[in-house]
Design a protein around this ligand. Structure first.
Ligand code: NDP
Length: 311
């Protein structure tokens, strides 16, 4: 039997995804009509979803078996009460690899103080010896698919890594703490703070003045999670006071980051335009095809969103 799979995303994305999706569905043995228009809502079996202002009301999709998000962050859809079918997030291997590389690059840049050499290329011979990784404390906030991979990679390089999650976790080589009290413990004396929490009501402005006050003076904040995780003013104040030495910010409350936002002009901030880890069409299409296969076979879905927790 042929399924109907609606691809609902901003215009243009379909061009990147059509070929990988057709290949992935073939590989998974799924026969489907697939695309941005597949007929009336009540005939659609699955929706492959990326934030799309044109699709807010899922009620007409009466036959829907699941909505499969192309993105890992689902804050724009998790609370949608018109959606009663299961919702899954993206958790493909490409996303983990990309995020690990991006975070490692920025941590190592600051750990080795590469900026010191870049600023002296005009002929200033001024040696600088960085500490070893094991002398640096790193706090990874969020120990899920991405935070867990990042914490493991940093620990493998020798960094002294603490990780924080909602529920207790165990990761070899990482001091794992959880719950509200665990946050201060994870941040205590941290030289690097990496935010890989989802954007939910519970994580709103979790990196505030009090949290930043727990880190080592001159710490580096790296936020590839969501813009809502940090209190923007608190970050600027901590930078100006020297409590933070630098902030690398990839995600923002408003994206694109408005030209007038003070983050752009601050010399202590590196802005990157939400590129920490892109969903890669080939691996993402395989992940979604596998989930459709599992759904059709009556198996548990991968990366199922807990709607009550919002991630
Ligand atoms: P997961 O759902 O796998 O992990 C989320 C982690 O955050 C879990 O460890 C979870 O705890 C923890 N957490 C959630 N709420 C709380 C809380 N209230 N207190 C303490 N810990 C909490 O997500 P991923 O690792 O896949 O992705 C993380 C985020 O990264 C995404 O939600 C998205 O916003 C962002 N992202 C950014 C990208 C970019 O390019 N900038 C690309 C992809 C993702 P527990 O383990 O107990 O569930």
């Amino acid at each position: 039997m042929s399924l109907k799979i609606l691809f609902s995303a901003r215009p243009g994305l379909w061009d990147d995804y059509e070929a990988p999706f057709r290949a992935a569905l073939d590989e998974a043995g799924i026969v489907a009509e697939l695309g941005p228009g597949v007929g009336p809502p009540e005939t659609v079996d699955y929706i492959v979803y990326a934030p799309n202002p044109d699709l807010r009301d899922f009620a007409p999709y009466t036959r829907l078996k699941a909505v499969l998000s192309l993105w890992a962050g689902v804050e724009t859809i998790a609370g949608n009460e018109t959606l009663t079918a299961p919702l899954t997030r993206m958790a493909d291997p490409g996303l983990k690899e990309g995020m690990t590389e991006w975070v490692m690059g920025h941590v190592l840049h600051h750990h080795l103080n590469i900026g010191h050499a870049l600023a002296r290329q005009s002929g200033t011979w001024e040696p600088y010896v960085p500490p070893l990784a094991r002398e640096r404390r790193v706090a990874v906030l969020g120990l899920g698919e991405l935070g867990g991979a990042v914490a493991r990679a940093l620990a493998a390089l020798g960094f002294d890594v603490s990780g924080w999650s909602r529920r207790p976790r165990e990761i070899e080589g990482v001091r794992c703490v959880s719950g509200p009290d665990g946050l201060t413990e994870a941040l205590a004396g941290a030289h690097f703070v990496i935010c890989l929490l989802p954007g939910t009501p519970k994580t709103e402005s979790i990196v505030d003045t009090a949290a930043l006050g727990s880190t080592a003076p001159g710490a580096v904040l790296i936020n590839p999670g969501r813009g809502t995780l940090i209190d923007d003013d608190a970050v600027i104040e901590a930078l100006d006071a020297g409590q933070l030495g630098h902030a690398v910010l990839d995600v923002f409350r408003t994206e694109p980051l408005p030209e007038t936002h003070p983050f752009w002009a601050h010399t202590g901030i590196t802005v990157t335009p939400h590129v920490a880890s892109e969903t890669r069409p080939t691996t993402a299409a395989r992940f979604i095809a596998e989930n459709i296969r599992r759904s059709e076979d009556g198996k548990a879905l991968l990366a199922l969103v807990d709607r009550a927790s919002g991630y």
